[in-house]
Design a protein around this ligand. Sequence first.
Ligand SMILES: Nc1ncnc2c1ncn2[C@@H]1O[C@H](COP(=O)(O)OP(=O)(O)OP(=O)(O)O)[C@@H](O)[C@H]1O
Length: 629
Amino acid sequence: MSAQTQQQSHSTPRHESGDDLSTFASISRLYPYMRPAMRRVTLGMVAALLASLVSLAIPLVLERLVDGTLLHPGGNRIGVLYAALGILVLGIAEAVLISLRRWFVLTPGTRVEATLRNSLYARLQNLPVSFHDRWPSGQLLSRAVSDLNLIRRWLSFGLVLFVVNIVTIVVGFAVLFYYHWLLAIVMIVLSIPLWVAGFFFERKYHVVARRSQDQQGDLATAVEESVHGIRVLKAFGRGRHALAGFRAQAEQLRGTELEKARAVAGLWLWLLMVPDVAFAVCLALGVWLVSSGQLTVGQLLAFFATATVLRFPIESIGFLLSMTFDTRTAVDRFFDVMSTPNDIEDPAQPAHIAEPHGELVFDDVHFRYEDAPDRFPDLVNGIDLTVRPGETMALVGLTGSGKSTLTSLVPRLYDVTGGAIRIDGVDIRDLTLEELRARVAMAFEDATLFSTSVRDNVLLGRPELLGDDPATVKAAEAQLAEALEVAQASFAYDLPEGVDTKVGEEGLSLSGGQRQRLALARAVAAKPSILVLDDPLSALDVDTEARVTERLHRVLDGTTALIVAHRPSTVMLADRVALLENGRVTDVGTHSELLARNEHYSFVISSLEEELSGGAAQASDLNNKGVDA
Ligand SMILES: Nc1ncnc2c1ncn2[C@@H]1O[C@H](COP(=O)(O)OP(=O)(O)OP(=O)(O)O)[C@@H](O)[C@H]1O
């Protein structure tokens, strides 16, 4: 496998949804999105067609002018004046029609682009987490930005010109026949190399265009990763290495762009050379036809004037072809995402939990990741566990035993591959996703904050509290205060603009512990009947953790909670502990019961303690080395 192919196969799943379709069939899939814009596009096309026909009519007037008045013994000045006036009027009409074309097609492209972008975003929100595991964000970003941009430019400009130029060429050749059949046939025969070059161009260009657009996506992913990981790269002194990797990728893209440019240049060579040769041959033949009395001077002049009008449409075919194939690739890439099946969707006939108590039952649950090798058993291999209403259950197990995976099955971030998870007796797959995710709230170890205010981040799961009327604002403030207090995140009130301070990627930088506390506040504020916490306190110091734990205990009183525990102190928070071992729950009991009777549990707890003291030593070591500075 070449380095290039290797690079591609590692970075992007390539569905190539439209690879077996013709360019026309592939682009026609856009029709439902284009329908609202079609009226203006069609009007633009009509205006452009009329402009072309007008430009083809000018040589006809020229012929009359030369043969009928200038060269005619009885020609008069009034005739010349009329003909000149006719040409002027046609010229003005052509200019007006071209302006109309621009005006008609300017807005529909932007509207279609916006619709496509909204649909893509909605689809990305809708697709399951397993899709996002497979797709690098740069590939999605390049689809949402540059591919849709290409489609807009083609719609506003390429499509209309392509159709109009083809029609102009066909009508133009018919007009050439009208002047003289032999000259027209010579012109057509000499153009054949052009059509052949166009055919080979299509086959080559499509493949290179796809590669180029995929490589742009890979490059975007590389930039995104290095920006996100800038601290790690700096701390480990790997900036140069990252730059070298980036350069290699950029060089690869440059190579592909050059290949594209060479393909276009090859076509251009034919596009420029063939008409010149055809003109020269036709001129010699035309002069002979005039001298032998088979053609008038006016007809010869009109023939060349028409052939000149046809030059731009013929020359632009190369550019428009490459633009069309770029667009076809962009459309294929768009539908790669849009046609990815979503296996986590609402049921056809949803059930509803009338009286939520918060009982959570795992019934012989199995799960394996799509890319897990066949020789491995299921990661979750038949888990039976009941978390009673209002109970706090800690999940404990060695690292990699599948604790986070198990918790992510509850809000259906992934679907079980066997067995069932039930909330209050209802299989979670029978609930709508909206109901399920209103009942279950989650906080992760890796706390993601969005680029918006603290308030909006914390009340993310309570959209009904984000209104403007005074009662809602008051309720929102109370909820916010309670959640921030439970999560020991009152520091938010001391930020420059209090809870209105913008945080997240574009806002104020917060420490890992502060981010975790806000994420925990978000889960608490959602007031779920089941709270799933995936080691949400890992970045807190021991004192803060103790305070959060004490408050959570109070809040969790009526809430069922499933907590992944990496610290003995988190385990203390739980009423009972479930021990995860080889994909199964091998023991359930209180912390002290398990410590007393289960050797593996004691081993896990002592390894967690060791990890903690090791982590603390490492942290102080790093601090001494001044990494933070
Ligand atoms: N999205 C994924 N795709 C494929 N495999 C995954 C994915 N996420 C996790 N895994 C694999 O599943 C296994 C269990 O991971 P998981 O994060 O659930 O374990 P864990 O018990 O929470 O670990 P830790 O205590 O270290 O957080 C690991 O071998 C991991 O490599």
